[in-house]
Design a protein around this ligand. Structure first.
Ligand SMILES: Cc1cc2nc3c(=O)[nH]c(=O)nc-3n(C[C@H](O)[C@H](O)[C@H](O)COP(=O)(O)OP(=O)(O)OC[C@H]3O[C@@H](n4cnc5c(N)ncnc54)[C@H](O)[C@@H]3O)c2cc1C
Length: 419
């Protein structure tokens, strides 16, 4: 006998949106998340000792093109809380200096390469093949390659070009680029806090096995759950391991899919102790880090903050602090608060879309959904878009009120009760 109709494994935005849509559809659902907080890669580090000043340790920007996410936010009455991000420029960090982005541009090469934008197809090309042609090889090497590396927090050359910057329609009634008063983590928190939302944190799933028509799910804490349907919203290596027994063809379609580990150092300073100009962040060309994102988009009177993203396991914590402070012309002694966060992102490769097709073929007609940031692309909206289509495959089409077109807050009314 199933304890729940539906279990969701993973409480990042992919799993949270899966449980949210299931709640909307009235499907009795329990979400299991390994860590002690919702959000996964959406993680706003709050420093209580600094008047709750916060810095984004992961995802930092949502856009008015994030239609499915906006739909969920509308249902939770979050859209009225959005705050515009102030415009700041990214700088390059090269040879120990911060420089303007244009300093790395080869304008003549750009001029002769750019027309190819209208005749070259993205499909089937890697990022370096596609953008190397569209921008020119030198522009790719000196500017766009490092910029894209900083977007995906790892070498981007072999990424499928299709998974980068998919064009999505914009909503004119929503701020173009926005955050929330407590950072983007307000979104996962609000999803998990809604009435009828059933989640267990600190619960790592270790095994899925078949039980009759449904599934038995074992957790590291010794608990066991039974369900009729499952949504996996975990990184590809974990998905592969968990699918092995119950869906071997699906597991084999995603074998060897890589993961990039990222060590993120979050730093907060007294505004008065820093001389560095206000910036959106740094794109590192030759420093020990990949990129840095500042909190200057929402200036605080007293504090400034930065998240420096380093390739996983390359430097000690003390070395990371030194590298970050050097890039900010800051003294390590002036750090007022810090946090070390481990992030991870999928390492997508050129044959990625073929593997996803094989995975989807293996999942077709079954009772397992798989979602995450390794399908359409890594953005938050890519996650929610995949989740929604997987929800509809398992449970049928969502009503109009789930698309975000309804009045704010109206969608939770009827769908919130579990059955
Ligand atoms: C530094 C950084 C900056 C980014 N900036 C942006 C941005 O500005 N805008 C944007 O749109 N996107 C951004 N992204 C990308 C986006 O934030 C992520 O792709 C997205 O949040 C991933 O969500 P997810 O739920 O698919 O995966 P995750 O957030 O990785 O969540 C997976 C969850 O599964 C849990 N889990 C894993 N194994 C198990 C298990 N066995 N049992 C139970 N739970 C398990 C994990 O603890 C985790 O919480 C950024 C990402 C990073 C890392």
């Amino acid at each position: 006998m199933a304890d729940h109709t539906h279990l969701v494994i993973g409480g990042g935005i992919s799993g949270l949106s899966a449980a949210h849509y299931a709640l909307q559809a009235g499907v009795d659902t329990l979400l299991l998340e390994a860590s002690d907080r919702p959000g996964g890669c959406i993680h706003s580090s709050h420093f209580q000792a600094l008047d709750d000043f916060w810095v984004e340790a992961g995802g930092h920007t949502c856009f008015n093109s994030y239609g499915h996410l906006l739909g969920i936010m509308e249902q939770l009455d979050l859209l009225k809380l959005t705050l515009a991000k102030e415009k700041r420029s990214y700088k390059l960090w090269r040879k120990g200096e911060r420089r303007g982005i244009l300093s790395a541009l080869h304008p003549f090469e750009l001029l002769i390469s750019l027309p190819s934008l209208f005749r070259i197809e993205k499909a089937g090309k890697t990022v370096s093949e596609y953008y190397g042609q569209v921008m020119g090889r030198k522009n790719y090497r000196d500017l766009l390659g490092p910029a894209l590396r900083s977007v995906v927090c790892q070498e981007a050359d072999d990424f499928p070009a299709e998974a980068m910057f998919r064009k999505k329609p914009r909503r004119k009634d929503v701020l173009r680029a926005f955050t929330l008063p407590g950072g983007l983590a307000d979104i996962p928190r609000a999803i998990a806090a809604q009435p009828g939302f059933n989640a267990q944190f600190g619960t790592q799933v270790t095994r899925i096995s078949a039980q009759g028509e449904g599934f038995e799910v074992d957790c590291q804490d010794g608990t066991r759950h039974h369900c009729e349907r499952l949504t996996l919203a975990v990184p590809p290596d974990t998905a592969r391991a968990l699918l092995g027994e119950v869906a071997p063809a699906a597991a084999s379609a995603i074998q060897d899919m890589g993961i990039a580990h990222i060590d993120t150092l979050v730093l907060a300073f007294e505004r008065s102790s820093l001389s560095v100009e206000e910036i959106a962040g740094l794109i590192s060309i030759d420093g020990g880090f990949l990129s840095a994102v500042s909190r200057d988009f929402l200036p605080d009177e007293r504090y400034r903050g930065f998240a420096f993203h380093f390739p996983g396991d390359t430097l000690s914590e003390a070395e990371r602090e030194q590298v970050a402070c050097q890039a900010l012309d800051a003294r390590v002694a002036d750090i007022r608060a810090k946090a070390h966060v481990r992030n991870q992102l999928p390492a997508l490769r050129a044959d990625h879309m073929t593997r996803i097709q094989a995975l989807d073929t293996a999942l077709a007609g079954g009772s397992i959904a798989v979602t995450g940031n390794w399908f359409l692309g890594v953005s938050i909206e890519d996650c929610v878009t995949r989740t929604r289509s997987e929800h509809e495959r398992l449970f049928g089409a969502l009503g109009d009120n789930a698309s975000g077109d309804g009045a704010p807050g109206d969608a939770l009314g009827g769908g919130a009760s579990n059955r």
